[in-house]
Design a protein around this ligand. Structure first.
Ligand code: ADP
Ligand code: AMP
Length: 214
């Protein structure tokens, strides 16, 4: 099963992708996580990506598409995967489609998690991410057992630089201009499934499972 997660930054794509990954035993491929790992490791790609990410902009397609296509060509992706944060532009979606077509493959589901912009700003301000394993929490909705400490690995939790309110506003603008058109793109292909992401996360997940199959 090949799945794409769509939705605004902070809509809950990563949260749902992790649950889908566990239930259906599919790798969770997040381009944001790949960029953050590169930043942490001080790679050339990380240095280039950081400037765009901190400004709330998209990393250019030239730096993103090959990275993603390479990742999904790995052995663990041969039975499918969940793409979280890719594609984010129509050209990215077209490149993905071309690469899949060449192998006689296609995306099975594009899962759109819908949350209005007003809710997003609140959610992002409360999001905390583990500096080490990337697990995410929310100070109110999904608090860690011990404040500021990751339940899974014991490392510190931080507010991501790009989750600060002024950057979130920019990211939302970028989302509406460049990423939202993907909803129509995948709608036209007949694989779009829309979900109300303002519900509790377990309810959103239950709705998704109804569509993907138990
Ligand atoms: P995305 O991957 O789309 O950027 P996340 O999955 O990281 O979004 O979720 C953003 C924030 O909102 C996180 O702090 C997360 O814990 C919280 N969150 C996710 N889903 C829900 C939900 N259904 N209700 C309330 N908070 C949520
Ligand atoms: P995310 O973790 O998905 O919220 O992504 C964090 C940031 O990484 C985004 O705001 C972009 O700057 C960058 N990024 C992640 N995925 C992509 C992508 N597919 N195309 C361009 N930039 C991306």
């Amino acid at each position: 099963m090949k799945i794409i997660m769509l939705g605004a930054p902070g809509a809950g794509k990563g949260t749902q992708a992790k649950m889908i990954s566990e239930k259906y035993d599919l790798p969770h491929v997040s381009t944001g996580d790949i960029f953050r790992a590169n930043i942490k490791n001080g790679t050339e790609l990380g240095k280039k990506a950081k400037a765009f990410m901190d400004a709330g902009q998209l990393v250019p397609d030239e730096l993103t598409v090959d990275l993603l296509l390479d990742r999904i060509s790995k052995e663990d992706c041969k039975n499918g995967y969940i793409l979280d944060g890719f594609p984010r532009t129509i050209p990215q979606a077209e490149c993905l489609e071309k690469a899949l077509n060449a192998r006689g493959e296609a995306i099975d589901f594009a899962i759109d998690v819908e949350v209005p912009d007003e809710n997003i700003v609140k959610r992002m301000g409360g999001r905390r991410a583990c500096v080490s394993c990337g697990a995410t929490y929310h100070v109110v909705n999904v608090p860690p057992k011990k404040e500021g400490i990751c339940d899974k690995c014991g490392s510190d939790l931080i507010l991501r630089d790009d989750d600060k309110p002024e950057t979130v506003q920019k990211r939302l603008e970028v989302y509406h201009a460049q990423t939202k058109p993907l909803i129509d793109f995948y709608g036209a292909k007949g694989v779009l499934k829309e979900f109300d992401g303002t519900q509790e996360m377990s309810k959103v997940f239950a709705d998704i499972v109804q569509v993907l199959g138990a």
